[in-house]
Design a protein around this ligand. Structure first.
Ligand code: FE2
Length: 198
């Protein structure tokens, strides 16, 4: 049989490791994150037993870091075919410090166009980033599958490493697995909107 299957709509996720170029940010963010964790109460959103800071405004380290990843955001946005010229508005980031047994329930950052996470400290077995299919029907049908290749997968998993930057559409539901290590997993996350010239 030679019937075609079109894979139709895509949910593009960008993944790059910046360990070589971002060692200084990783070092500085580790200290910064632990001081926030100790001093500030933080907020509870998707985090369960883990720490999420308030939005980090007027912070020089964050501003320098955000500037340093703009080229990668542009790379992603260009690759998915957004009309040129474009600019984008970056929102205030937040820090996540997830201790042993902490996890994040499934959620999405639906108000903005794209979201990203930068991994600052990733102990072994400290929890992967799990994207769920945004097609609700994938979760509610009764079809049984023999295997889970690309055409019928319900989840897409990123196995993060220190220095990884992951950018994804904000509508994509995602969760973080339980931190099964004894150490902290630390990351920084935020959102952005595309701005087209009028
Ligand atoms: Fe999130």
């Amino acid at each position: 049989m030679n019937g075609m299957i079109y894979t139709t709509f895509a949910n593009p996720v960008y993944h790059i490791n910046l360990l070589e170029t971002h060692k200084k940010y990783i070092f500085d963010f580790k200290k910064f994150a632990m001081s926030k964790y100790k001093k500030d109460k933080g907020v509870v959103k998707s985090n369960r037993d883990g720490y999420q800071s308030n939005f980090l405004s007027n912070n020089q380290l964050c501003e320098e870091f955000l500037n340093s990843i703009k080229e990668h955001i542009c790379d992603y946005i260009s690759k998915i075919g957004v009309k040129i010229p474009f600019s984008f508005k970056l929102y205030e980031p937040w820090i996540n410090v997830s201790q042993s047994r902490a996890y994040n329930v499934s959620h999405c950052h639906g108000k903005q166009d794209f979201s990203f996470v930068f991994y600052i400290q990733v102990p072994k077995n400290s929890g992967n980033l799990v994207f769920d299919s945004p097609v609700l029907h994938h979760k509610t049908n009764m079809i049984q599958h023999q295997s889970f290749p690309f055409l019928n997968s319900e989840t897409f998993i990123i196995y993060p490493k220190e220095g990884d930057l992951v950018i994804f559409p904000s509508y994509m539901p995602h969760s973080v697995e339980i931190n099964k290590s004894k150490k902290f997993r630390i990351s920084l996350a935020s959102n952005l909107d595309i701005v087209h010239a009028v």
